[in-house]
Design a protein around this ligand. Structure first.
Ligand code: NAD
Ligand code: UFG
Length: 338
């Protein structure tokens, strides 16, 4: 079975490539390297002792993508390729709508042309907005989304659902990720944000390694146990394994399937700081700041549907998430650059 992984050189994509190769899938990566490095894929090959095919192609380049489908026999697609910085999407909405939506449309058109009918899609808990029910089940209605990035996720979900309505054989798994963190336990691949990180875990690890001075904790007056925001952090290797389980679902059944990928446990920002200090044996400097626009107090998954239907359960705990992040950070203080 051959799987096309769009955005496969990125953070979650590269970890998923490792799991795919270890499971015996043939892997074809399409990535324009706009937010990643080819070195991640070299390391994937080294870690698995297996080869994958890489095409440096932008999804918006339909002819380039058609060439890939002509050369490779693709059975299924895992679609990671997207821009994902929430703040940037507010400043540059057109860039986000164009890349994420048009990229997905081109991909689906080419899939249709080549009769490829399985897709696993990277969605996000962001589609729930400020959730009405906690823990969040898949039945929870989509909420008001406060940024263009999140809007693109909700729209892409709808596009895939509508394609299935018109062609029942076109089958889709929408995976709504909670907060992916951590790295492969080898420390060879991990998250390599460009510039100053937007997300909590890479920010904490850059403070720990001395690249950044101090963490700003956005808000200490939320209605949570210690006043800081609560999220459901999931180890990226667990998350990647969730994609294999989703592919296997499509090998058994046709339809549209929606799953939360989280652990079901919420940790506050202060919990994360303490856990990272323990795992890295460092001191994290932090100061409380104003709430960040668009943030919600609390967000964690009810992960039971994925457990029931996919036999998926996240097993790597918070300590492992921090230890593996720290190993990646210390082995690669400048990411893939050096
Ligand atoms: P990432 O930026 O590391 O990976 C995305 C990859 O897609 C990059 O390698 C980038 O170069 C590539 N890409 C972007 N636009 C492209 C295009 N037009 N053509 C070809 N390649 C393109 O991000 P990630 O954290 O690995 O996220 C993967 C997916 O998961 C994204 O769709 C993201 O929105 C989604 N997601 C991520 C998180 C998170 O916190 N990391 C949470 C929820 C959902
Ligand atoms: N936080 C800080 N300081 C920072 C960064 C974050 O205090 O420097 C706090 C936030 O306020 C929040 C928590 O840490 O309470 C987590 O923030 P992240 O930016 O790491 O993650 P978010 O929950 O805001 O967003 C993430 C992804 C989105 C995705 C969303 C829901 O970045 O792409 O989860 O899945 F949509």
């Amino acid at each position: 079975m051959s799987v096309l992984v769009t955005g496969g050189a990125g953070y979650i994509g590269s970890h998923t490539c490792v799991e795919l190769l270890n499971e015996g899938y043939e892997v074809v990566v399409v990535d324009n390297l706009s937010n990643s490095s080819k070195i991640s894929l070299d390391r994937v090959e080294k870690l698995t002792n297996k080869k994958l095919k890489f095409y440096e192609v932008d999804l918006l380049n339909k002819e380039g993508l058609r060439d890939v489908f002509k050369k490779e026999k693709i059975d299924s697609v895992i679609h990671f390729a997207a821009l994902k910085a929430v703040g940037e999407s507010v400043k540059e909405p057109l860039k986000y709508y164009h890349n994420n939506i048009a990229g997905t449309l081109v991909l689906c058109e080419v899939m249709k042309e080549f009769n490829v009918k399985n897709i696993v899609f990277s969605s996000s808990a962001t589609v729930y907005g400020d959730p009405k029910i906690i823990p969040i089940t898949e039945e929870c209605e989509k909420g008001e989304i406060t940024n263009p990035y999140g809007q693109t996720k909700a729209m892409m979900e709808q596009i895939l659902i509508d394609i299935n309505k018109a062609d029942k054989d076109f089958s889709v798994v929408l995976l709504r990720y909670f907060n992916p963190v951590g790295a492969h336990e080898s420390g060879e691949i991990g998250e390599d944000p460009k510039g100053i990180p937007n997300n909590l875990m890479p920010y904490i690890s850059q403070v720990a390694v001395g690249k950044l001075k101090s963490l700003s904790v956005f808000g200490n007056d939320y209605n949570t146990k210690d006043g800081t925001g609560v999220r459901d952090y999931i180890h990226v290797v667990d998350l990647s394994i969730g994609h294999i389980k989703a592919l296997k679902k499509l090998e058994r059944e046709r339809g549209v399937f929606i799953y939360n990928l989280g652990t079901g446990v919420g940790y506050s920002v202060l919990d994360m700081i303490k856990a990272f200090e323990r795992a890295s044996n460092t001191k994290i400097n932090y100061e409380f700041k104003e709430r960040r626009g668009g943030d919600i107090a609390c967000c964690y998954a009810d992960p039971s549907k994925a457990q029931r239907e996919l036999n998926f359960k996240a097993i790597r705990d918070l300590n492992k998430m921090c230890e593996d992040t720290w190993r990646w950070q210390t082995k690669n203080p400048n990411g893939y650059e050096k």
